[in-house]
Design a binder for this molecule. Structure first.
Ligand code: AMP
Length: 404
């Protein structure tokens, strides 16, 4: 399928081409036609699936092709955190570049000047608002926000908003919106309380459920709670005890990958690294050496996790908790290929417990937590972790700048 098949306005297609997307992702293929028809929708899709463009593109198209164009707010997107609001706003900026549409992100905690700029945008004409609930409520309380021209209401990461206790804020925001509008909800999970919320907000809605990917059943998954300084000794201990010809270790960034390669070399391991600083030819060479078992340990960033097609990887180690469930599934999927069983171990430090719990929720299984081997000392305990499972602390900090 091609983006042209959606028959979006030419200026939107130009934005998509400028950003460099070549084909729609599955959630986009499913959601865009429904949204273009003006229907309400609930979509179960994780971050990383392209869900933001799935609602931004058809909403932008509808706004710029509407019979009536005026300065009123046409679309409101609410998101649980400022990080997500910023990400949405950045994508918005790319897509709307050729359309002349105006938007603003409102995400709390800024200076008086930011507040004034937000107030101006809210009163005189940003067509699309991306906001975190708390900050929007403080503007709504001042009485000047005019949502009478609003046509589209979008909740992104609805499950996280409920987790963070935003339900009363959401209800308050809804009370300010016109009853006739298109409402869209995106959520990574679909628990009963999300369905309850959806039934109160959406009318005659459509539903999309992208199957949550899960690691293959024959992957044995385990995890250790470790401090960073214990990670390399733990690798030594894991490898020493087993006959493991091919080991793939994932780390978050290319710098971490390079450091890890160095540290393991110093301990006399047969190791090489692969990351985006290497030329294509060099990457191929390293992968071939790994395939031919000339090297035992390959340290990599996620760039290779999707592409590596090597059977018989005996152990995958996540040196850090991956960014999202999709990355986790892709990393872990490098072992246990072709019906063989495999082992995947994740290291969780004291800052990553919440992130890992969320991955467990998405893959719908609890990964066995293993006891650190003798001699490594005590690892962090769950009660030491900074975040409670599945919840994230919301720290409003700074404010957005208006555009246009
Ligand atoms: P999201 O799930 O909306 O957070 O998007 C995840 C990432 O995928 C973002 O960096 C998007 O820019 C990117 N993305 C979204 N749709 C596409 C697409 N059709 N082709 C390539 N990248 C995409």
């Amino acid at each position: 399928m091609h983006f042209e098949d959606f028959k979006l306005n030419q200026s939107v297609n130009e934005g998509i081409a400028a950003i460099g997307y070549t084909a729609p992702s599955p959630i986009q293929e499913l959601a865009i036609p429904i949204i273009l028809e003006g229907k309400d929708l609930i979509a179960c899709a994780q971050t990383g699936t392209g869900k933001t463009a799935a609602y931004l593109l058809p909403v932008i198209h509808q706004i710029i092709t509407a019979a009536e164009r005026n300065d009123k707010v046409k679309a409101l997107i609410i998101a649980p955190t400022r990080e997500l609001a910023i990400q949405i706003d950045q994508q918005m900026e790319g897509f709307s570049y050729f359309t002349g549409i105006s938007s603003i992100a409102i995400y709390g905690g800024g200076t008086g000047m930011d507040y004034e700029a937000e107030k101006k945008a809210l009163t005189s004409g940003a067509e699309i608002i991306v906001a975190t609930p708390g900050r929007l409520i403080s503007h709504l309380n001042m009485g000047y926000v005019d949502f009478s021209g609003l046509k589209h209401f979008i909740m992104d990461e609805a499950d996280r908003m409920l987790d963070m206790g935003f339900l009363p804020d959401i209800q308050k925001i809804l009370s300010h919106l016109p009853k006739t509008r298109q409402s869209l909800m995106f959520s990574a999970t679909m628990p009963a309380e999300i369905r309850r919320l959806a039934s109160g907000i959406l009318i005659n809605h459509e539903e999309i459920n992208l199957a949550v990917s899960k690691p293959a059943e024959n992957v044995l998954q385990g995890a250790y709670f470790v401090y960073d300084h214990q990670k390399i000794p733990l690798i030594e201990s894991l490898i020493a005890k087993r006959d493991l010809p091919l080991i793939l270790i994932f780390s978050a960034t290319k710098n971490h990958v390079k450091e890890l390669e160095k540290a393991l070399k110093q301990r006399a391991f047969n190791v090489k690294a692969i990351h985006s600083d290497l030329e294509q030819e060099q990457r191929k060479e390293v992968l071939n050496q790994f395939k031919n078992r000339e090297i035992q340990i390959l340290v990599a960033t996620d760039i290779v996790s999707r592409g590596i097609d090597i059977d018989d990887i005996s152990l995958v180690i996540n040196f850090n908790v991956p960014g999202d469930a999709e990355d986790y599934v892709h990393r872990v999927g490098r072992t246990a290929r072709a019906e063989k069983s495999g082992l995947a171990i994740t290291f969780i430090n004291e800052n990553e417990y919440g992130k890992f719990t969320r991955i467990e929720q998405l893959i719908q299984s609890t990964v066995i937590k293993l006891k650190l081997p003798e001699g490594l000392g005590e690892g962090p305990k769950p009660e030491d972790f900074k975040r409670s499972p599945g919840k994230r602390k919301f720290i409003p900090r700074r404010n957005s700048k208006p555009r246009k």
